[in-house]
Write a protein that binds this ligand. Structure first.
Ligand SMILES: [Fe+2]
Ligand SMILES: [Fe+2]
Length: 344
């Protein structure tokens, strides 16, 4: 039986959560403040600590930090009523297992505690559990990104929360998203497709979030310095579908989901995930694919140094008609010419 310490300065919430955990079969203790929680852990370390973020006196983020330092085998779950993306992301950085948005129900609690128990067992050195745990943690992070995005009141805040989660997971995630979005819109304008505001907004959202499915790709693959092997490519190639599924669950970004799904399709049908060909690939995705490739080429990457822009342009020309739509490749060329004229 796993032990759980429930830390909340609201007696009513603490008692309710404790009684749910008790009913699930956990050995439960309660604490009304961060200091009391540390006393309790010093006395008998718990397998899992469920910490409220906003408490009078020392808060839950402070407590999480102390627990991480002094009780390396205690799994930490944070709970907060605040839809605060910064706190969520900094909690994840503190090796927090899960993040509960209040009010949460018994099912969410059960899920978080089960993940906490799993984490505790893996921390005790059960190697077999560790791989499976990484998969569960990634899945939780992707769904936390969805919940946080849904909880934001504006489109901008929702976009930003998703990009923050991606940035946490992938270095340069934010910079790459922004640059690809700018270039995508410029190419769309060059092609004269920029007069439909609705489509343009969808295109901007799709471009900003095109790699959001990488939340579902292990960091070990995203940051690998050597070329990926076949198995790793198989995992990597799932990110357009993962991104599509994540965005389809958010009504405000559903229109962008199709573009995200198709951003690695190739004009000659050799792309993934569906092997679509030519104009079967949505125009927005054909534009996004070229902006994405150009940006990836001219910026440093874990597996290779940046390419000079002139060489990247030649590479795009070389792949015009195979990987890229020739019409879109020409438009990208024009955009880059205008941009260099503007600089000189
Ligand atoms: Fe991608
Ligand atoms: Fe990308």
């Amino acid at each position: 039986m796993h032990s759980v310490l429930v830390v909340d300065d609201d007696d009513e919430v603490r008692d309710r959560v404790a009684s749910w955990a008790d009913a699930f079969g956990y050995a439960v203790q309660g604490a009304g403040s961060a200091e009391e929680a540390l006393d309790s852990l010093n006395h008998s370390p718990a397998d899992i600590a469920l910490c409220d973020v906003n408490m009078a006196g020392k808060d839950g983020v402070w407590l999480a930090w102390r627990i991480r330092e002094n009780f390396p085998q205690t799994a930490i779950i944070m709970a907060s009523a605040v839809r605060d993306v910064e706190t969520a992301v900094s909690s994840l950085r503190n090796d927090v297992v899960d993040y509960l948005l209040k009010p949460f129900d018994q099912n969410r609690l059960r899920e978080a505690l089960s993940l906490g128990g799993h984490w505790h067992a893996a921390a005790q050195g059960d190697i077999k559990l560790q791989q499976a745990l990484q998969d569960r943690l990634r899945a939780r992070r992707a769904s936390l990104a969805t919940v946080l995005a849904e909880a934001q009141t504006t489109h901008e805040a929702a976009l930003d929360s998703l990009i923050s989660m991606l940035q946490f997971h992938e270095r340069d995630g934010r910079g790459h998203s922004r640059r690809v979005a700018r270039l995508t819109l410029a190419v769309a304008e060059e092609l004269g497709t920029a007069d439909n505001d609705h489509l343009l907004t969808q295109l901007e959202h799709g471009a900003l979030l095109h790699d959001i499915g990488k939340l579902d790709v292990p960091t070990s693959i995203l940051t690998k310095c050597a070329p990926l092997d076949d198995d790793e490519w198989t995992v990597m190639r799932k990110h357009p579908r993962a991104g599509h599924d994540l965005l389809s669950s958010l009504p405000r970004f559903r229109g962008a989901a199709e573009l995200v799904l198709s951003h690695h399709e190739a004009f000659d049908g050799s792309g993934y995930p569906r092997g679509l060909q030519g104009t079967d690939i949505p125009l927005g995705a054909r534009i996004l694919a070229i902006a994405d490739s150009y940006d990836s080429m001219v910026h440093p990457h874990t597996q290779r140094p940046p390419m000079p822009p002139a060489m990247a342009v030649r590479e795009i020309e070389r792949c015009s008609g195979s990987q890229f739509d020739p019409m879109v490749a020409d438009a990208l060329g024009q955009v880059l010419v205008h941009a260099s004229e503007a600089v000189h």
